[in-house]
Design a protein around this ligand. Structure first.
Ligand code: ADP
Length: 169
């Protein structure tokens, strides 16, 4: 059986906005893989009005967040559109990295991972969320922010700053 231990992981998602949970997953992913690339989905069916940050703003935020953890050549950030498995193969990544917070994530990810493997042969590798982040989600953060709440505890400092500086609707 062939063994190739050099592993490049693609971590795709919406990341609107990036949270402490996402950042934790990337840090832990780097302990498992040689490189991790965060890939922000340019989601054509999500209306700009329902977005907190544009995909380009999310790239800039991720870069700021990762800089704070000592910039590392094994980390990169990009956007993608289309099928994640096509992007993964085009860019030569070995696996897709995803996080699991609970059974609801599992139901969804199980179906997605098997579909992606069937489509392309690309495997998905999961890391469990850290207990302190397991309840954190971008959608909940968007809700709290829309109602004027403070999400500083749930997001990295650059994201908290960007949220404070956003023009109020
Ligand atoms: P998507 O819209 O593709 O689900 P998200 O930005 O919500 O994108 O999440 C991207 C990935 O990060 C998913 O695998 C998700 O399970 C994982 N994730 C989200 N929140 C957390 C968290 N708090 N801890 C660990 N992983 C998380």
């Amino acid at each position: 059986m062939g063994r190739n231990l050099v592993r490049s992981a693609l971590f795709p998602g919406s990341f609107d906005p990036p949270t402490r949970g996402h950042l934790d997953l990337v840090s832990r992913g780097l302990a498992v893989f040689d490189s991790v690339t965060v890939a922000i989905a340019q989601n054509i069916d999500k209306q700009p009005a329902s977005q907190m940050f544009s995909p380009e703003e999310r790239v800039a935020l991720w870069r700021e967040c990762l800089d704070e953890r000592a910039a590392d050549a094994s980390l990169s950030v990009c956007t993608f559109s289309g099928l994640v498995v096509d992007f993964c193969r085009e860019r030569g990544h070995d696996v897709i990295l995803r996080g699991l917070r609970n059974g609801v994530d599992f139901q969804y990810e199980f179906q997605m991972a098997l579909t992606n493997r069937q489509l392309s042969g690309v495997e998905t590798v999961f890391l469990l969320a850290s207990p302190e982040n397991a309840f954190v989600s971008s959608s909940l953060i968007r809700d709290v922010v829309r109602h004027g709440g403070d999400v500083t505890a749930f997001v990295p400092d650059p994201v908290a700053r960007a949220l404070r500086e956003r023009p109020k609707p």
